[in-house]
Design a protein around this ligand. Structure first.
Ligand SMILES: [Zn+2]
Length: 84
């Protein structure tokens, strides 16, 4: 009886550990996305406020760094060299 109970307990513990690991990794991914979003919004406001070529260039750099294609405006790029 106690063996079965221990086995069930161990199974539940394994499930909990798995869920905890998943939650930690999804939190980490979410934080990464949020940092990217913040960086993009900052660059966008800088470009709006100053309207200088440098700020526009910086905004473009941030977009490209985050994986956006400035030709087809997709992430990931979908134009596959059709603008070459
Ligand atoms: Zn593209």
């Amino acid at each position: 009886m106690s063996e079965i109970f221990e086995r069930i307990l161990q199974e539940k513990q394994n499930e909990i550990d798995l869920l905890k690991a998943r939650e930690a990794s999804s939190n980490k991914a979410w934080q990464g996305h949020f940092r990217q979003y913040e960086e993009l919004v900052q660059a966008a406001f800088m470009a709006l406020d100053n309207n200088s070529p440098e700020c526009h260039f910086h905004l473009k750099q941030v977009l490209v760094k985050q994986g956006w294609c400035t030709m087809c405006e997709c992430s990931p790029c979908e134009c596959e060299g059709q603008y070459d």
